[in-house]
Design a protein around this ligand. Structure first.
Ligand code: UDP
Ligand code: MG
Length: 139
């Protein structure tokens, strides 16, 4: 059975370009509710740990540098079929390949600087949510 929560980050490029409000509006309009949210910044160490699954990939160093380069918004979202529906809302990793009307199509700069993160499974949504939020921060 598919779960009802996912985890997202509005990444440094989208914060820098002033799109926090626009992206949160799209998330709300798509029917997601917010269970936890914070404006924060990842240290290099925390960014390394969050993306450890990609440690062997050629883009890992650049990804860690980018994700720790400025503030982000981290949030736990709730909706029926949350993981799959949120991946559909954000679109493909590379904005050049993302469908019209998706968050990445609208706001991402490039495949690396791609505006938002979305968990890829219920298991990872749980792990990533716990990486950013203590139990009593989830409402
Ligand atoms: N990324 C990158 N170059 C690539 C693939 C990914 O810089 O060729 C970055 C990009 O920011 C992406 C993140 O690494 O969002 C995680 O990659 P993943 O394949 O998990 O993409 P996502 O799940 O975010 O669509
Ligand atoms: Mg991914």
């Amino acid at each position: 059975m598919s779960g009802n929560r996912t985890f997202t980050m509005i990444k440094p490029d989208a914060v820098e370009s002033g799109n926090i409000g626009n992206i949160l509006q799209m998330i709300s309009d798509a029917g997601f509710s917010i269970k936890a949210m914070k404006y924060t910044k990842l240290s290099e160490e925390r960014a390394k740990a969050f993306y450890a699954v990609h440690a062997e990939r050629p883009f890992y160093g650049e990804l860690v540098e980018y994700m720790s380069s400025g503030p982000i918004v981290a949030a736990i979202l709730e909706k029926n079929n949350a993981v799959e529906d949120f991946r559909a809302l954000i679109g493909a990793t590379d904005p050049a390949e993302a469908a019209e009307g998706t968050i990445r199509k609208k706001y991402a700069e490039s495949k690396g600087r791609n505006a938002v993160h979305g968990s890829d499974s219920d298991e990872n949504a749980q792990i990533e949510g716990e990486f950013h939020f203590a139990e009593d921060e989830v409402i």
